[in-house]
Design a protein around this ligand. Structure first.
Ligand code: NAD
Length: 486
């Protein structure tokens, strides 16, 4: 099913029909901001209300289909995504300027996410119990929560929506999805793909448009049972308050920002640590919630490590994201360029010493930024405290493990962290002492597998985990059943 060609873009999928809106917005190419990449309908609150009503109508019949059938549909969607991988890769590059290798990798990961959940739905759930009455069978069963709202960011335009939508659908829920405006092209492609795979009308609804303008409609719909959000801490906090103020409760899952530390100890394999940390900080132009943004290096090896790191960072090719040889494309948008540019100005104005990089384009010819390594940054500088979401890494000197762990943990965030050491006992001390939801030993802080739980501590997440079997908990509820046969 393809959105019909009209002058007004019909990018809202509501109750199985593609519809336009009175207002629309345009997106432009991050490598050439004068080039339009697409126009998209600006959904109104009434469109969102229609989408929720359609989801609520469609959900019971969808939950009534066999789990094997729902899984098969996701498998078919995975096949379709692979068959359309070139188109999806191009949509993703046009949306956010992601380097070809990463864009294609994300598309294939999207297919892997769909396949994981297709199989996961047949795993055991619930349980049986013994109790006070031998003639009564006691059990708990899982059921779909009902209608799931999903609000997604732009930095993984295919993977993040799919790791929310796939488990919601496979466990029998209906979904209303509001993607980031910058990821609109990829979102239309993903919604079309799932419709083409055979999803019944109303089971997945797509509303493109401004999150702020649609916020009340997205959070206050009476049909909403669970809202899952990935994005910035600020918007996450607003959503927490909005959902708390609802008349009828709804579940809320938040995946927010990071300021992820890596610790390099004196016994580490330094060239390998430099390679891992350079990749973790700079690939995808640092626009990953799990990107490495602070490094604490033991005094004895600090200078040697810094030299290796700077050499490796300078070797990255920054350029045209459509060229398969490019390592790092532009930042995703003018807003991103302005934000990252502000932090680089702070560094130049005395908050740091620039070990390499620091340059940023004026924005007229694309949103390019040089991978940047900073030293001598005070611990209270915004460069150390705030999520920059760009290819900017702060390196600091520490006396040893205890100071490194203390400073690594000195942040409101707690998404991912890494330690570089050859000593297993030290690695385990770090793994248990670090205040983050993900820990890597001798690996970059970014990079996750779809079958493992994912999420952070402190301000980085609510307590729920996404991905893997953990994803089931959010999109299902537990019903307790007492059976006394007669
Ligand atoms: P954002 O918070 O600006 O926007 C995310 C989504 O929320 C978008 O769809 C946006 O339209 C919508 N939105 C904005 N204001 C809203 C409102 N008032 N009510 C409802 N929806 C609203 O984030 P972004 O710039 O798209 O993404 C970057 C952020 O996402 C970074 O902070 C990054 O760390 C975070 N992120 C976190 C994870 C994770 O899993 N922890 C993964 C990727 C990105």
């Amino acid at each position: 099913m393809t959105p019909p060609a009209t002058t007004a873009p019909a990018t809202l999928l509501v109750d199985g029909t593609w519809r336009a809106a009175a207002e629309s917005y345009r997106r432009t190419d991050p490598t050439a901001p004068e080039r339009e990449t697409g126009r998209y309908a600006s959904a109104t609150p009434a469109d969102v209300a229609d989408a929720y009503a359609a989801a609520a109508r469609a959900q019971p019949a969808w939950a009534g289909t066999a789990a094997t059938e729902r899984g098969e549909l996701l498998r078919w969607a995975a096949d379709l995504l692979e068959a359309r991988a070139d188109e999806a890769t191009e949509a993703l590059i046009a949306d956010v300027g992601k380097a070809h290798r990463d864009a294609r990798g994300e598309v294939l990961r999207g297919a892997a996410i769909l396949r994981f959940h297709a199989g996961a739905v047949l795993q055991a759930s619930g349980g049986t119990f013994s109790g006070a009455d031998p003639s009564t069978l006691l059990m708990s069963i899982t059921e779909p929560v009902g209608v799931v709202g999903a609000i997604t960011p732009w930095n993984f335009p295919v993977a993040i929506p799919l790791w929310k939508i796939a488990p919601a659908l496979v466990y029998g829920n209906a979904v209303v999805w509001k993607p980031a405006e910058a990821a609109s092209g990829s979102a239309v492609l993903v919604a079309r793909l799932l419709a083409d795979a055979g999803l019944p009308a109303g089971v997945l609804n797509l509303v493109t448009g401004s999150g702020r303008a649609l916020s009340e409609a997205l959070t206050q719909a009476p049909e909403l049972d669970a809202l899952t959000f990935t994005g910035s801490v600020g918007v996450g906090q607003r959503l927490r308050l909005a959902v708390a103020g609802r008349e009828h409760p709804a579940k809320l899952g938040l995946e927010l920002g990071g300021k992820n530390p890596a610790v390099v100890l004196a016994d580490a394999d330094l060239p390998d640590a430099a390679e891992q940390i350079a990749r973790g900080a700079m690939l995808q132009a640092g626009q990953r919630c799990t990107a490495t943004s602070r490094v604490y290096v033991q005094d004895e090896v600090h200078d040697q490590f810094l030299e290796l790191l700077v050499e490796r960072v300078r070797a990255f090719t920054v350029g045209d994201p459509r060229d398969p040889a490019t390592d790092i494309g532009p930042l995703a948008s003018a807003e991103q360029r302005d934000t990252v540019g502000g932090y680089l100005a702070l560094a130049r104005d005395g908050d740091a010493t620039v070990a390499c990089g620091g340059g940023i384009s004026d924005g007229a010819t694309g949103f390019w930024v040089e991978p940047t390594v900073l030293t001598d940054v005070p611990d209270d500088s915004p460069l150390v405290r705030k999520e920059i979401f760009g290819p900017v890494l702060c390196v600091a000197r520490v006396s040893g493990f205890d100071e490194a762990l203390r400073r690594a943990n000195d942040t409101p965030f707690g998404l991912s962290s890494a330690v570089f050491t050859r000593d297993l006992a030290t690695a385990m001390r770090f793994a248990t002492g670090t205040r983050s939801g993900l820990v890597h030993v001798n690996r970059e802080t970014a990079g996750v597998e779809p079958h493992l739980p994912f999420g952070g501590l402190k301000d980085s997440s609510s307590t729920d985990r996404e991905q893997g079997m953990a994803a089931r908990d959010f999109v299902t509820h537990t019903k307790t059943v007492y059976v006394r046969p007669r």
